[in-house]
Design a protein around this ligand. Structure first.
Ligand SMILES: C[S@@+](CC[C@H](N)C(=O)[O-])C[C@H]1O[C@@H](n2cnc3c(N)ncnc32)[C@H](O)[C@@H]1O
Length: 248
């Protein structure tokens, strides 16, 4: 089935560098206590693979597979695994809508920063459910654009962030998917273990400003770039995290 969406950030060097700063400890802390060393884990929409590789370092007798629909990201992820001497991880091109795995293949399915880009989250979750073993865990984390902490408040800043949100929605995404995760997982058949929300403070406001600016008209892009150069610039975003289990 065709799903009508376009991945808003694209695959510029800026976007890839932005993702590659991520780590399992910082971005998957909600899942880490639930992992066994022998877990078979699938990372959907793995991007450049920094979080996936961290999982592989922890799952010493398990295996990690990262999938992403974009070949350039899979190449970056494979290179990262090689440079970290990881032998229990593989990366493949694939879509979350048609996971190239048999039923009941994984103990854990993780998806970080992908559901906000999906036009059909229900279809994606039904695939996640299918490939999990009974008792397996789905761990999903996505931002929710309802609660930015941004400072200093310069004219046009809020409008520029709103413009980017509109582009993402026009591309088929949902910038408020974070708060909807409990309902989505429940309707896909999961029992909910825990829902939580946290804030991520961007350590490099210039990186996030450029990430957004690259998709915006010049005037809004410049507003973001100028704002990010201020020494006290703060950009913090709300993220929602959920653990669901496949109880059958
Ligand atoms: C924002 S990035 C997140 C990358 C990584 N999970 C992280 O947090 O660092 C989202 C990734 O999801 C991938 N993606 C988007 N739609 C997808 C789909 N339908 N199936 C598989 N991957 C998809 C994109 O190509 C992109 O690499």
């Amino acid at each position: 089935m065709k799903h009508s969406e376009e991945y808003t950030p694209g695959y510029t060097q800026n976007a890839s560098n932005f993702m590659a700063q991520r780590s399992a400890n910082n971005h998957a802390a909600f899942l880490m206590p639930h992992l066994q060393k022998s877990s078979r884990l699938l990372d959907c929409g793995c991007g450049p693979g920094s979080i996936s590789c961290d999982f592989a370092s922890v799952l010493t007798s398990g295996h990690v597979i990262g999938i992403d629909r974009e070949s350039s990201q899979i190449e970056l992820a494979r290179n990262r695994a090689v440079s970290r001497n990881l032998t229990n991880i593989t990366f493949n091109i694939g879509s979350i809508y048609e996971l190239p795995f048999s039923d009941s293949s994984f103990d854990v399915v993780f998806a970080h920063a992908i559901f906000e880009h999906l036009a059909s989250p229900n279809a994606a979750l039904s695939e996640v459910f299918r490939v999990l073993v009974p008792g397996g865990i789905a761990a999903i984390r996505s931002p929710d654009w309802g609660g930015f902490l941004v400072s200093p408040d310069v004219p046009g800043l809020e409008a520029a962030i709103d413009s980017y949100a509109k582009i993402q929605v026009a591309n088929g995404g949902d910038v408020f998917v974070g708060r909807k995760l409990p309902g989505l997982l429940r309707s896909a058949g999961f029992d909910l273990l825990r829902f939580s929300a946290t804030y991520d403070c961007c350590q490099s406001p210039q990186l996030i400003a450029e990430y957004l600016a690259l998709k915006l008209p010049d005037a809004e892009a410049n507003t973001l770039r100028l704002w990010s150069q201020q020494p006290d610039a703060v950009f913090a975003q709300a993220w929602c995290e959920i653990l669901g289990t496949k109880t059958v």
